[in-house]
Design a protein around this ligand. Structure first.
Ligand code: PGA
Length: 265
């Protein structure tokens, strides 16, 4: 099995808690201008995930002509439709302002906000009910990598937060493998390390849901991915693009990543 050429290919920018509104607009305008002129296959897509206060501004600025080519995602949500949850944003609200994606399970949310497997499962359920696509993040910290138990660790993350889904729902997810030791550290997983984990994830999906479904799921790599290393990473047979932090904050490096993904096919 391996159907790399037909899987959806994605470069997603996680802006985290960076930029002001002016910079956010400048960045999305730069990306839009590039995409308006770029010849990309239909199954290639760029996603930007701005901070919550700029979500509407950014999504509102994207022309209809870029539908399917440039989408907007939120970095977080709360798994309820409405109610007394001060400071939170419902998936319905995120959908209402034109977003299509939401990051779930990013290691920074797990670490700084103590988000549990169960809470992440609730978010995934609610997002799917709302018609949004979760980008489900998994990945091991350094000590787990050093102990050599990273595959078991990631398997637990998947089992506990997404393997309760039926096949139709699971097939709607995008999964991002982000080794925590590579996030924002300048240290990247080697192409082999990324491929090995992506293959392990695809095997887990196949064991749970069958080969055909596993073969169709888009698996992104994240963790210090940038133009200088993206070619090798994106060329791996189970890597379908990237979830990008630092290198997504400048239009030229982000669009370069889109170009590289297009080159490797
Ligand atoms: P980085 O972040 O590219 O800055 O390492 C990736 C991420 O956290 O999504």
């Amino acid at each position: 099995m391996n159907n790399k050429s037909t899987r959806r290919k994605i470069v997603a920018g996680n802006w985290k808690m960076n930029l002001n509104s002016h910079q956010a607009m400048e960045l999305v305008t730069g990306i839009s201008t590039y995409l308006e002129n770029a010849e990309l296959p239909k199954h290639h897509e760029a996603i930007v995930c701005p901070p919550m206060p700029y979500l509407f501004l950014v999504s509102n600025s994207i022309s209809e002509e870029l539908e399917g080519k440039l989408s907007v995602g939120a970095q977080n949500c709360y798994p309820e439709a409405s109610g007394a949850y001060t400071g939170e944003a419902a998936p319905e609200m995120i959908a209402d302002i034109g977003c299509q994606y939401v990051l779930v399970g990013h290691s920074e949310r797990r670490k700084y906000f103590g988000e549990s497997h169960d809470f992440l499962a609730q978010k995934v359920n609610k997002l799917l009910q709302t018609g949004l696509t979760p980008i489900f993040c998994c990945g091991e910290p350094l000590e787990i990598r050093e102990a050599g138990t990273h595959e078991t660790y990631v398997a637990t993350q998947l089992r506990e937060s997404i393997f309760h889904l039926d096949a139709t729902d699971l097939a709607r997810l995008v999964i991002a493998y982000e080794p925590v030791w590579a996030i924002g550290t300048g240290k990247t997983a080697s192409p082999e390390q990324a491929q090995d984990m992506h293959a392990a994830i695809r095997n887990l999906l196949a064991a749970q849901y069958g080969d055909e479904l596993a073969d169709g799921v888009t698996l992104l790599y994240g963790g210090s991915c940038k133009p200088a290393n993206a070619h090798e990473l994106f060329s791996q047979k189970d890597v379908d693009g990237g979830l990008i932090g630092g290198a997504s904050l400048k239009a030229d490096s982000f669009t370069k990543l889109i170009e590289i993904l297009n080159e490797v096919g």
